[in-house]
Design a binder for this molecule. Structure first.
Ligand SMILES: [Ca+2]
Length: 98
């Protein structure tokens, strides 16, 4: 697979790693995912209020679950934020706040 295809499969794998068989993320799942999978991009999320705000912004249908489509919105936002500061020759990035 190409680098892009491999990256896409990784995103799907990470989603299922934290969603499990239920195929959606709860707030606690999102917090774990951020703190374990994005620790070089986003500063560790300690408080539930911050996660709750991010979750609420992403949960478009207000069912208290993030499905894959809603999760991809999160990935797109993080990627867009990282793109602004990422320089290919510099792999070290300072984590940002949510
Ligand atoms: Ca939802």
């Amino acid at each position: 697979m190409s680098d892009l295809e491999t990256s896409m499969v990784s995103i799907i794998d990470v989603f299922h790693k934290y969603s499990g068989h239920k195929c959606y993320l709860k707030k606690a799942d999102l917090k774990d995912l951020i703190n374990h999978e994005l620790k070089h991009f986003i500063k560790k999320v300690e408080d539930d209020e911050t996660v709750g705000q991010v979750f609420s912004d992403l949960d478009q249908n207000r069912d208290e679950k993030l499905d894959m489509k809603e999760f991809l919105t999160f990935i797109a936002k993080v990627l867009a934020a990282c793109y602004k500061t990422y320089v290919p020759q510099q792999h070290a990035m300072a984590p940002t706040h949510l």
